[in-house]
Design a protein around this ligand. Sequence first.
Ligand code: SAH
Length: 230
Amino acid sequence: MSEEWRPRHWPPHWPDVTDPAVLAAIAAVPRHLFVPPQYRDQAYEDIPLPIGHGQTISQPYIVALMTQALCLRPDSRVLEIGTGSGYQAAVLAEITPHVWSVETIPELAEAARQRLHGLGYQVAVHVGDGRLGLPEHAPYDAIIVTAAAPDVPPALVAQLGPRGRLVIPVGEGIWDQVLWLIERHGDRLSKQHLADVRFVPLVATDSRPQAEDEATAQIRMQLERLFAHH
Ligand code: SAH
């Protein structure tokens, strides 16, 4: 691929993003091909941009911070919720070939699928309600949610492997969202505050009643305890 698009200063210096694999992934993905043509000249500014359907491509710094928190290895299995433009999925796919992504807006999913495959990224894009995860390919070593949920969906934690990591923005409003890292240590869960953030909402698109299995019900209770004082 032509290197002409890559600005000299890209990625910029982020004091808290130090993982060489993450920085190399950000350097490798041509972000200008993930934004609408009228925003192309701003693609290498460290800002979110509109992608249509009321959605946005995330700020590169937040993409880098979230990716770093997943601690990916070249063989990690990763699930993304909220494909959007496909940019975050491409960054993940620079690190591991095992990436699944769920998007609820069919037009965005189709555009992202074509864009990703056109660039050679083998990301499996599914249309659905990401609050339910993607059970058919679980367990995942890492799950990344790129829309803000009012609560952590227990189904996502249930689909993590025994040492899995979930990175998710939680909060109802635009102004009080917190980016959390939830780690699974066998049967135990822990949470760690990563940053204060602003994401578009994770919307409930599948209103069918979901039967909850025993393991997921256990995780729902654990999550309630984990966030009780927050
Ligand atoms: N990761 C994207 C940014 C996504 S913006 C990128 O790199 O461009 C958040 C996305 O989440 C939007 O595309 C929105 O349609 C999607 N979304 C919102 N609720 C969802 C849900 N319940 N399931 C799956 N995707 C959802």
